[in-house]
Design a binder for this molecule. Structure first.
Ligand code: THU
Length: 128
């Protein structure tokens, strides 16, 4: 297990945000997850003219990590204007792959607004 380098994680999420495809909402999101082996995987939101097909940045990052063989995460960084919390759907997807995770919520320039945990944001997850 590698202690998450939150500075590197946030920097990766800031960089990923610049690839966001958000012509409909004009709200760009960047995300990065820290896998337990110390690798970072990133994602951005990918919107669609059929709005409901939009994929959030966090789920793109998690999907990318899983496709690369990682199934366990220790931290997620999220970068947006206004430093908003991850949506519930993304928290549930993150919960699939970790018991505990640090969630770092950041402004667009990477300034950390707050550091919290998956359990604080999603205390009573659906577990099947
Ligand atoms: N979005 C994310 O990427 N992550 C979230 O946790 C919430 C929302 C995206 C979806 C859409 O492209 C835009 O932000 C506005 O909702």
């Amino acid at each position: 297990m590698h202690e998450p380098d939150l500075e590197a994680l946030v920097a990766a999420a800031v960089a990923a945000r610049s690839s966001a495809y958000a012509p409909y909402s004009d709200f760009s999101v960047g995300a990065a997850v820290w896998a337990t082996d110390g690798c970072i995987f990133t994602g951005c939101n990918v919107e669609n003219v059929s709005y409901g097909l939009t994929i959030c940045a966090e789920r793109v990052a998690i999907g990318s990590a899983v496709a690369a063989g990682r199934q366990s995460f220790e931290a997620l960084a999220l970068v947006t204007d206004g430093a908003v919390a991850p949506c519930g759907a993304c928290l549930q997807v993150l919960a699939e792959f970790c018991e505990q995770a640090i969630v770092v919520i950041c402004h667009a320039d990477g300034r950390i607004a707050r550091t919290t945990t998956l359990s604080d944001l999603l205390p009573d997850r659906f577990a099947g």
